[in-house]
Ligand binder design. Structure first.
Ligand SMILES: C[S@@+](CC[C@H](N)C(=O)[O-])C[C@H]1O[C@@H](n2cnc3c(N)ncnc32)[C@H](O)[C@@H]1O
Length: 282
């Protein structure tokens, strides 16, 4: 086994985190960056350091999991969601029917709260409170803790249009707290997209700038799981750099620029792909 694989095996055994599905070149680059910060030159030496230093896994994890995010990232795509997708979800439902949303790879919550604001603007506060539930998930515990707090600095909220900032956040000194009455519609959970069972009966699945971490096999596996998660004719909203390969026959493209998709009926899905996506790792 190559020294880098020995390192990945150790992490899997000791910390129950499997990085083998991640893109190899960027993973190696990030681990090497962490090693250079410590002045360590090879993987074997780094493995010994990891074994001996209790807090090192947290540093390594932060170096690998880039949680870069901000409110209203790719603003025009959120406008598209507001104008085109949410009205379509609304049109297919009874006025009091729940709307289930999954924010997957939510990092420190900026995307999830953006989603909540866009939904509340489109549906109205009352409808939002009565009907919407947002499941927000990520693998990074520190990011999730920040997301649960829903409190952001002045610098972090600069991308929020001022009228929405004053409507959806309460300012206290130099912090901005997301509205408590809308916060109850959102629950944050630790969830690994490659390893854990997916959510179900979802109307809208937002997973942006997260699939790019995974290699092609893992991306396919996650997309098949997303297909399972969504209700018939549910919507998938990916990041600007992410696409669903059309040969997978999982989703129909609604808008190429905004990476918006709708679920194709399950009859199109190859049983082989389905079995592969849900097979338990040995
Ligand atoms: C670049 S951030 C994207 C945040 C936000 N979605 C956005 O677009 O601004 C990627 C997030 O994916 C999460 N992530 C990486 N691997 C994951 C996995 N296997 N399961 C769930 N989340 C994962 C990381 O922890 C990180 O918070």
């Amino acid at each position: 086994m190559l020294p880098f694989d020995v390192l990945l095996e150790y992490i899997k055994r000791k910390h129950c985190f499997d990085f083998t599905d991640y893109k190899r070149s960027s993973l190696e680059r990030r681990v090497q960056h962490r090693m250079s910060q410590l002045g360590i030159e090879n993987y074997s030496e780094y493995l010994s350091y990891l074994e001996d230093t209790e807090e090192e896994f947290t540093h390594l994890f932060s170096a690998i999991e880039i949680n870069y995010t901000y409110f209203f990232r790719d603003r025009d795509s959120w406008d598209y969601l507001y104008r085109e997708i949410i009205p379509r979800i609304r049109a297919t439902k009874q006025p009091d029917e729940p709307i289930r949303v999954w924010s997957a790879g939510c990092a420190s919550g900026e995307e999830t709260y953006t989603l909540a604001i866009v939904l509340a603007e489109a549906l109205g506060i009352e409808q939002f409170n009565q009907r919407v539930h947002i499941f927000a998930t990520d693998v990074d515990d520190d990011a999730l803790e920040k997301a649960r707090q829903g409190s952001y600095s002045e610098r972090e909220v600069t991308q929020i249009p001022p009228h929405l900032l004053s409507q959806y956040f309460k300012q206290s000194n130099d912090r901005y707290q997301f509205r408590k009455d809308l916060r109850t519609a959102i629950s944050f959970h630790r969830h690994n997209l490659v390893q854990h069972a997916p959510m179900s009966k979802i109307d809208l699945l937002v997973c942006r700038n997260t699939l790019i971490y995974f290699d092609v096999d893992a991306q396919t596996k996650v997309l098949v799981r997303f297909h399972f998660s969504l209700k018939d004719r549910g919507f998938l909203f990916l990041g600007k750099a992410e696409i669903v390969p059309s040969q997978l026959q999982l989703f129909k493209t609604l808008n190429v620029n905004h990476h918006a998709y709708t679920k194709l009926p399950k009859e199109y899905l190859s049983p082989h792909l389905f079995i592969k996506a849900f097979k338990r790792p040995r």
